[in-house]
Design a protein around this ligand. Structure first.
Ligand SMILES: C[C@H](O)[C@@H](O)[C@@H](O)[C@H](O)C(=O)O
Ligand SMILES: [Mg+2]
Length: 443
């Protein structure tokens, strides 16, 4: 089935001016322009199939990621797709262990975001050639092949290849029923769309009322800049959703460790399920301290959208520093590295609640979490996937939400392909949208 030699790789800087409406704003990222480094790979197979991959950025700096993708391109060009996916572990390691580029990582920051964009494109290409959505490609893959996609370097102290195989083999039991269940009911989601930090109280109320009408039962609110503001906004949202529905809070790394504990002790009365990113994403022991203080108040710690790699996740799990693990489809090294994190989370019995939103993150991560339920976790307890209602119209195969759940995508691929017209319009700085905006912004 797998065919062709990679003959071309292109990468473009695509930006959406979301900051104009305050969409996506939080306590640290006050003016994000949701953006992507958008990679397209082509083969010489003459079947017209292209692999599309993205990584998510906030505007400025996307050009740096584009540069890093170009620096990685020689690892992909002129390779047979069969050879890449036939030894996916080796290929992952080749990309992440480039003897020179590794110095500006390793497996973190810009170079890792670029790795994710390239590998996401490879997965899209592979799944399209197989005629399956990525989640189904993974579900149908035998455990040995799945394991052969993972680089276990640095994690064998908690997860060996044998452990991974055992988990996946156990996951085979009841797989068919779980797949049917997903196809009928979808994967449960929560919404972050109502309560960005830059939204006025009126907007918050209006969006919350609409979300309730649309059947949402779980809501996330941004906090962390001003305690009085947080108290007011949390009161509004709690009053509107009532005591039974779920509320999550997200501080986006705003606090020091003692400050996080103090602040959240004040917000505890609004009964949040979790506080997300209370402090620096690198502070594993800080998260453990916060977790120890807040779990007795009924508040869990969630983190992951800025976890560099599987090593940080490993340590967060080892240190009992989180109660909800948030994988990200573009921060980690694509499906390959996410597989290792899903398996570690299973081993530690910590629920995975993916980070999504941005541009395209919902499209991608739904594949991973649906696979996780069918083949790894086999549980929906305490599990929910983020959803944000922005920019889906720019994708050729946008997410489908029904009854506040992600319905499994049916189209082949990783749902990463953007509409060419959207890419052209939003390309930075020459697309139509930016040509109009840039002179105005310069004044
Ligand atoms: C800048 C971004 O919108 C973040 O605020 C966003 O990813 C957020 O942390 C989330 O959990 O959705
Ligand atoms: Mg967050």
């Amino acid at each position: 089935m797998v065919r062709g030699r990679i003959s071309r790789l292109s990468v473009r800087d695509v930006r959406f001016p979301t900051s104009l409406g305050g969409h996506g704003s939080d306590a640290m990222h006050t003016d994000p322009d949701y953006s992507a480094a958008y990679v397209v790979i082509e083969t010489d197979a003459e079947d017209g199939i292209k692999g599309c991959g993205i990584t998510f950025t906030l505007g400025k700096g996307t050009e740096v990621v584009v540069c890093a993708v170009n620096a990685l391109a020689h690892h992909v060009l002129n390779k047979d797709l069969k050879d890449i996916v036939g030894d996916f572990r080796g290929f992952y390691r080749q990309l992440t262990s480039d003897g020179q580029l590794r110095w500006i990582g390793p497996e973190k920051g810009v170079v890792h975001l670029a790795t994710a964009a390239v590998l996401n494109a490879v997965w899209d290409l592979w799944a399209k050639q197989e005629g399956k959505p990525v989640w189904k490609l993974l579900v149908d893959m035998d455990p040995r092949t799945l394991v052969s996609c993972i680089d276990f370097r640095y994690i064998t102290d908690v997860l060996t290849e044998e452990d991974a195989l055992e988990i996946l083999q156990k996951g085979q039991v009841g797989k068919k029923e779980r797949e049917k269940q997903m196809l009928a009911q979808g994967y449960p989601a929560y919404t972050t769309s109502c309560a960005w930090l830059g939204y006025s109280d009126d907007t918050l109320k209006q969006l919350c009322a609409q979300a309730l009408k649309d059947g949402w039962t779980r809501f996330k609110v941004k906090v962390g800049t001003d305690l009085q503001d947080d108290m007011r906004r949390c009161q509004i949202i709690r009053d509107m959703i009532g005591p039974e529905k779920t509320l999550m809070m997200d501080a986006n790394q705003r606090w020091d460790v003692p400050e996080a504990v103090e602040w959240m002790s004040k917000l505890a009365k609004f009964k949040p399920l979790w506080i997300e990113e209370p402090t620096s994403p690198d502070d594993i022991l800080g998260h453990a301290t916060i977790s120890k203080a807040l779990v007795p108040l009924g508040i869990g710690i969630a983190t992951g959208e800025q976890c560099h790699n599987r090593v940080i996740f490993k340590q967060l799990l080892q240190a009992k520093a989180l109660q909800f693990l948030q994988i990200d489809s573009c921060r980690l090294g694509s499906v390959n590295e996410n597989l290792s994190v899903l398996l570690m989370a299973k081993k530690f019995e910590i629920p995975v609640c993916p980070h999504a939103g941005g541009v395209g993150l919902c499209e991608l991560v739904q594949h991973l979490i649906i696979f996780d339920y069918i083949s790894v976790s086999a549980s929906l307890e305490n599990r929910v996937c983020e959803y944000v209602d922005h920019l889906h119209e720019h994708f050729k195969y946008p997410v489908m939400i029904q009854r506040a759940s992600y319905m499994p995508p049916k189209d082949p691929g990783y749902s990463t392909e953007m509409k060419e017209e959207s890419v052209k319009k939003h390309q930075y700085p020459d697309g139509e949208v930016w040509k109009k905006l840039l002179p105005a912004q310069e004044n």
